[in-house]
Design a binder for this molecule. Structure first.
Ligand SMILES: [Ca+2]
Ligand SMILES: [Ca+2]
Length: 459
C-alpha cells in the first residue's frame, strides 16, 4: 500500500513540475517539447500533395515542420502555422518519400518526429509538358504552356533543320499559370523540327520530350506606307457633309464644328448628327499641330511624332479619339510595330499613348462618306517590360503586336484604316506633370500583304 502511495505521489509531483514549466513565461526558456503530430492524412498531387494532421494540444505550440529528401538529394523543409492543420509538399517526383513531421513550440522545441510515407502523382513537369502547344505565327513560333502549379520551369528547345541541330537554341523560364512564349530569329521557307521539354528549374525534374515535325513560320511583308493619306472630315462624310456651312478652308483641317448634315445615314438608317460627330466615333482628332502632324506617324522615323492635342492650346480631345486613314489600296495586315515618343515611353512623362484599337473598312460607296463597313481588327495595350534594359530596347526597336496572337492570320481586307486611341499612361512618375490627354506616338510600321499584288503602291 505504501508503495502505491509513493508512486502516485511521484506522478502528481511529475505532473506538477511539467505544468509549472509549461506555464512559465517571462523570458524563461523551457525545454519541454510539444507532443507529436497525430492522425496524419495525405492527399496526393503532382509535385507532392497535402498532408493534414491533428496538432498537439500544448498551449505553446507554434507550427508544424515537414522534412523530406527528394530525388536530387536536397532536403526540403516546409512549415505551416498553428492556424493551419495542413501543409503543402512540393518538389517531389514519383517517390515514395518518407516525410518527418515535427511539432515546434514558441521556444523552438521540436517534438519526436511522426513519420509518414507518401506516394505523389509524379513531378509537376509531366502534366505541364502535356499542355504545351506550338503555333506558327508571323516571323515566330508561339509556345503556349499552362502551369497550374506555378512551378518555376525552364522550357528547353532543340531546333532541327535537315537533321542538323540549330546552334544556341533558346531557353525560357516561366512560372505563370498561363504563358505564351515567343521563339524568334527564325527563317521563312524553312521546315523546322522542334523538340520541347519542361525542366523543373529548382529541382531538376525533366518531362518527356514533345516533338513537332515540319513546322514553318507564317510570313508577311512590310507594307509601303508612302501612299497613306488622312481622310479629312468632309471626305469621311462625302455628300452628307454640309458644304453650305461656313467651315474653315482645307488648309486648316482641325476646326470642323458641326459640319455634317443634321441627319446622317449609316447602314441605311438615319443617325442623329450629334450621335456620330464626336472624336470617339466618326471624327478625326487634330491632324496638324505646331510641332507635329498625324502624317509623322507613318514617315518611318521614330524621331518624328504626332499628338492628338496641341501643346499650345493644352489639351487633346480626351478619350477615346480617332484618326481615319486611306491606305491607297486594299491590304490585309498580320502584325505591326509601334514606337513610343521616348520621353513619355511607358509613362515616364505624361502624354504617351498606352492602349488603342485598329479598325478596317472597305466602304463600297465613298460618295456618301466612309461611315460603313467598319470592323474592329483588334485592341492592343503596350505593356511595361520587366527591367530598364528591356524598356530601352523596346523604345528603340518598337513594340511588336500580332493582329491576333491567339490565332495568327491575316486580317480582313480593308482600304480604310481607323486608329482609335483609348488611354494614356497614368501620371505616376512625375505626379506634378500637366495632364495632356494627348496620346503621342512616334511611328508605326504595318506588315501584311497587298490584296492586288500588282497594285502600284509607289505613286
Ligand atoms: Ca515618325
Ligand atoms: Ca459609304
Amino acid at each position: 500500500m505504501k508503495r502505491y502511495i509513493s508512486l502516485i505521489l511521484m506522478m502528481v509531483l511529475a505532473v506538477g513540475v511539467l505544468s509549472c514549466t509549461k506555464t512559465e513565461t517571462d523570458g524563461a526558456y523551457e525545454k519541454v517539447p510539444p507532443g507529436p503530430v497525430s492522425n496524419v492524412q495525405y492527399e496526393p498531387d503532382y509535385g507532392g500533395g497535402t498532408l493534414s494532421y491533428t496538432i498537439p494540444s500544448d498551449p505553446d505550440f507554434l507550427y508544424v515542420r515537414a522534412e523530406y529528401t527528394i530525388d536530387n538529394g536536397m532536403t526540403i523543409s516546409r512549415t505551416s502555422s498553428r492556424f493551419n492543420n495542413s501543409l503543402e509538399l512540393t518538389g517531389m517526383g514519383v517517390g515514395p518519400y518518407q516525410v518527418a513531421l515535427y511539432a515546434v513550440d514558441v521556444n523552438g522545441n521540436e517534438s519526436e518526429p511522426t513519420l509518414y510515407t507518401v506516394q505523389p502523382k509524379g513531378a509537376t513537369v509531366d502534366p505541364i509538358s502535356k499542355t504545351i502547344k506550338l503555333i506558327p505565327g508571323f516571323g515566330l513560333f508561339y509556345i503556349l504552356v499552362k502551369n497550374e502549379f506555378n512551378t518555376v520551369v525552364d522550357v528547353k528547345l532543340d531546333l532541327w533543320v535537315n537533321n542538323q541541330k540549330v546552334k544556341d537554341p533558346p531557353t525560357f523560364t516561366t512560372s505563370a499559370t498561363e504563358d505564351r512564349i515567343e521563339v524568334k530569329g527564325l527563317e521563312r521557307d524553312v521546315e523546322y523540327t522542334i523538340d520541347v521539354k519542361i525542366v523543373d528549374n529548382s529541382y531538376g525534374y525533366e518531362s518527356e520530350m514533345v516533338t513537332y515535325s515540319n513546322m514553318s513560320i507564317l510570313y508577311d511583308d512590310t507594307l509601303n506606307m508612302k501612299p497613306l493619306k488622312i481622310i479629312d472630315d468632309p471626305r469621311l462624310y462625302g455628300n452628307q457633309w454640309d458644304q453650305s456651312l461656313n467651315y474653315p478652308d482645307n488648309q486648316n483641317l482641325n476646326n470642323y464644328t458641326g459640319a455634317p448634315k443634321t441627319v446622317l445615314w449609316q447602314d441605311g438608317a438615319p443617325v442623329a448628327r450629334n450621335k456620330m460627330y464626336k472624336f470617339s466615333e466618326f471624327r478625326n482628332a487634330r491632324i496638324r499641330h505646331n510641332e507635329a502632324s498625324i502624317y509623322l506617324f507613318w514617315d518611318g522615323r521614330p524621331d518624328t511624332h504626332f499628338e492628338t492635342g496641341d501643346w499650345d492650346v493644352g489639351q487633346g480631345p480626351d478619350w477615346p479619339w480617332c484618326y481615319f486613314i486611306d491606305m491607297g489600296r486594299e491590304v490585309q495586315i498580320s502584325r505591326f510595330c509601334i514606337w513610343q515618343v521616348e520621353p513619355c515611353a511607358f509613362g515616364r512623362m505624361a502624354g504617351g499613348l498606352r492602349s488603342f484599337e485598329m479598325w478596317g473598312s472597305n466602304d463600297p460607296t465613298p460618295e456618301d462618306g466612309l461611315l460603313d463597313d467598319w470592323e474592329l481588327i483588334g485592341k492592343y495595350t503596350i505593356k511595361v517590360p520587366a527591367d530598364e534594359i528591356d524598356k530601352q530596347i523596346e523604345i528603340e526597336e518598337g513594340t511588336e503586336f500580332q493582329i491576333d496572337p491567339d490565332n495568327p492570320k491575316f486580317s480582313r481586307t480593308f482600304r480604310y484604316w481607323r486608329f482609335r486611341g483609348l488611354s494614356d499612361w497614368p501620371v505616376t512618375t512625375n505626379p506634378g506633370d500637366r495632364y495632356w490627354a494627348s496620346g503621342r506616338l512616334s511611328d508605326i510600321m504595318l506588315l501584311g500583304k497587298e490584296v492586288d499584288a500588282n497594285a502600284d503602291v509607289n505613286q
